[in-house]
Design a protein around this ligand. Sequence first.
Ligand code: COA
Length: 221
Amino acid sequence: MPNISVCKISAPVTLATIQSFATLRLRSLQVNPEAFGSNYAREVAFTEEQWRERIEPNSDKATFIATATHMNLPEHSQDVATVTDEEQWIGSVSILGPDYLTKIPFTLPAAFEERDELWYMLVGTWVEPQFRGMGIGKRLMREALQWATGSRGASPPNEVQKKCVLLRVHAQNTAAQMLYRASGFERFEDPEDESAPSDEIWMGYRVQNGDNSSAINDAQE
Ligand SMILES: CC(C)(COP(=O)(O)OP(=O)(O)OC[C@H]1O[C@@H](n2cnc3c(N)ncnc32)[C@H](O)[C@@H]1OP(=O)(O)O)[C@@H](O)C(=O)NCCC(=O)NCCS
């Protein structure tokens, strides 16, 4: 059984990290094209700089990856010196903060626009099929939500700011919805929203006062 770890991609991002991430992301788009808004043909053409821009962490965006470390002991060898580690990237999720969301095409559901909250977006959740059902998705969620809890966006240091982490998921994607519910997200009802295709739903996770968090149905508040 390999050793599974979850960690945040840190700066400065190396070429090896870009290559590993690009391989993982392109695989996710090939294995589960139905789960994402983007597609393989678009991203396979990305330059090194585009990948770097996507995963370079800053105070307003972060990417978390899951890795499996396999121990390779050559056959017929009992010598520990011959054991080698092989790291396989097997899952990821990214979280985009409020300032970053102002710089990319992103439309907040109309019902939430006026609310005095910092909005985050969770994107690109994926786990390699052979490693699903082992709690890795949940570990990725936990790290991303913890990061949002600690992140301040552009608000002054002493200001307590309400935050909400949003995501969009296909209505038929039961596995992902189960993961999000198990991680504290709830469905956001926004009947007036026309920004999302009708087969997608919004889910949200409210982070409050830095460390207490709870999911709520915003529209019913
Ligand atoms: C969704 C996905 C990331 C889940 O990853 P995972 O590592 O298998 O999830 P976990 O093992 O952490 O499971 C988390 C919860 O979801 C539930 N779950 C996971 N897969 C499920 C499935 N196929 N059916 C029902 N429930 C499921 C688990 O039971 C668990 O709930 P619990 O803690 O209450 O038992 C993975 O299935 C995947 O990569 N799917 C394709 C890509 C995708 O759909 N991404 C989402 C885009 S919005």
